[in-house]
Design a protein around this ligand. Structure first.
Ligand SMILES: [Fe+2]
Length: 465
């Protein structure tokens, strides 16, 4: 109460079990980056697991030993698509996006007492509100003007050119919190703070007793004349001799498994296999070469033969029957749990829009784009750009659960990083530079296989160049 925070019942139980509950919780509060209104058991876990404040770290959820070979699909559009694409669907879709991210934002201490935008406009004290960004522009005087909308109305938010917030990259259709004061003249809120729904700072993956590794292979592009057959052969040879020794038990393919047909103009000139089913048949043959003990998980991307609009469902029977029945086919995006680790897998098409909208982002640094997605708790915030979005009842692109591992492909780059305890992986490609990439001066980083050890959380990249 002295610190102005509450504890959840579960957190109280844990805190009261400590020898000195008050100093225990005080220490935890000191290292919390943003003080929440309600401290949950997860906040305490984050505080004690990620910083050297001492004290015991509450065990993370399942204390039972991990089950070997266990893969659970936690969230996937496959079989759950209901939209027709009419205007009611779109209204409902954006409302769900707004509500889902608002639920994350209202827990933030900075936004305690937030009010609807229309009400905020009538107040003279400092106000807090949450809205979806309708528009953002720079005025002729160099200020930034954001049009913010909630369920009840709209309002303008001004970031003055003198404000330290001027460099904040606010993008269309993201959901943000604003703290500011209403300007008496002009009917707008002058922003003092922009609050993002960002993920909490957590420690790195707490060790588990899993001994398995998972590998990520994206953008294989089978069927393209630039498919890197020889390098693929080198990887398969490695897998046949080393996978078992290294504990490699899972492979996840986050999309663009084949090159597809009619994806871009004159694509047929760059195709070795011009029939889509033949492309998948060829892919299935290549995957059969991999050792039998490895569980394969395959997701579609924008070159694959499913609807282009995200969320994309898994392959239909026409294609799925070409694969071995043990292969797990999932949608894009998909939340999975593999031996107790939560993995968010998304092909990554929205990076085409993010690199245009956010200053400083480039195709060469997709891990930065992935950080921007996590900060906004959304895989494809910008609507109406290059990423087609289907207006499903629920917004499947909201990052409502913080994963242990977040993987993307699409940009043919390769990298491993960490953001607030989440392993970030961009999973390379098996396609050489295409004429389109040459035209845009983009050099891909192919034939690399990022892996994560599910027990230790250790990341590595194997290079087959
Ligand atoms: Fe792609």
């Amino acid at each position: 109460m002295e610190e102005g925070v509450f504890l959840s019942p579960e957190a109280i139980d844990f805190v009261m079990g400590q020898s000195d509950p008050l100093s225990f919780v005080r220490k935890a509060v000191e290292v919390m980056p943003q003080m929440p209104l309600v401290i949950t058991i997860q906040d305490i876990r984050d505080a004690y697991c990620s910083s050297p404040v001492g004290g015991s770290c509450p065990p993370s959820s399942p204390t039972s030993p991990v089950r070997r070979g266990e893969v659970k699909v936690l969230k996937d559009i496959t079989g759950n698509s209901t939209c027709e694409g009419n205007i009611i669907d779109f209204a409902r879709y954006f409302n769900d996006r707004f509500q889902s991210i608002k639920r994350i934002l209202v827990r933030r201490r900075e936004l305690v007492g937030c009010v609807p935008i229309s009400k905020a406009m009538q107040l003279e004290r400092e106000v807090r509100c949450i809205g979806i960004v309708n528009d953002v522009r720079t005025t002729k005087n160099g200020h930034k003007m954001i049009e913010l909308e909630d369920e009840e109305g709209k309002g303008l938010v001004l970031i003055t050119k003198e404000s330290p917030l001027l460099d904040e990259q606010v993008i269309h259709d993201e959901v943000i919190g604003v703290v500011g004061k209403v300007a008496k003249k002009g009917g707008m809120i002058v922003a003092n703070e922009i609050i993002r729904p960002d993920i909490p700072i957590a420690g790195s993956m707490a060790p588990s007793d899993s001994s398995a590794q998972i590998a990520f292979l994206s953008d294989i592009h089978v069927g393209s004349i630039t498919f890197l057959r020889e390098k693929w052969g080198r990887w398969v040879k490695w897998a046949k001799t080393q996978a078992k020794k290294e504990g490699l038990e899972y492979i996840l393919i986050p999309g663009d498994c084949v090159d597809g047909i009619g994806v871009y103009p004159d694509q047929e000139e760059e195709l070795e296999i011009e029939d889509i089913f033949e492309q998948y048949r060829s892919l299935a043959e290549l995957l059969k070469e991999l050792p039998d003990h490895i569980q394969l998980i395959i997701q579609p991307g924008n070159h694959d033969a499913v609807r282009l609009a995200e969320p994309q469902p898994a392959f239909t029977d026409e294609i799925s029957h070409l694969f071995d029945s043990s292969v797990l086919l999932v949608g894009n995006p998909c939340y999975l749990e593999v031996e107790g680790r939560v993995i968010l897998s998304y092909h990554g098409k929205s990076m085409d829009d993010l690199v245009n909208a956010i200053q400083g982002l480039t195709y060469n640094h997709p891990l930065d784009a992935m950080r921007e997605m996590l900060r906004r708790r959304h895989l494809a915030p910008i609507y109406g750009g290059k990423t087609a979005i289907a207006p499903e009842k629920k917004d499947h692109l909201v990052i409502d659960q913080v994963p242990d591992i977040f993987v993307t492909g699409h940009v043919h780059s390769a990298g491993v990083s960490d953001y607030r305890g989440v392993r970030l992986i961009n999973a390379s490609t098996w396609q050489d530079q295409t004429s389109f990439q040459r035209m845009h001066n983009f050099v891909p980083d192919p034939a690399k296989v990022p892996m994560v050890h599910l027990g230790t959380g250790k990341c590595s990249i194997k290079d087959f160049n």
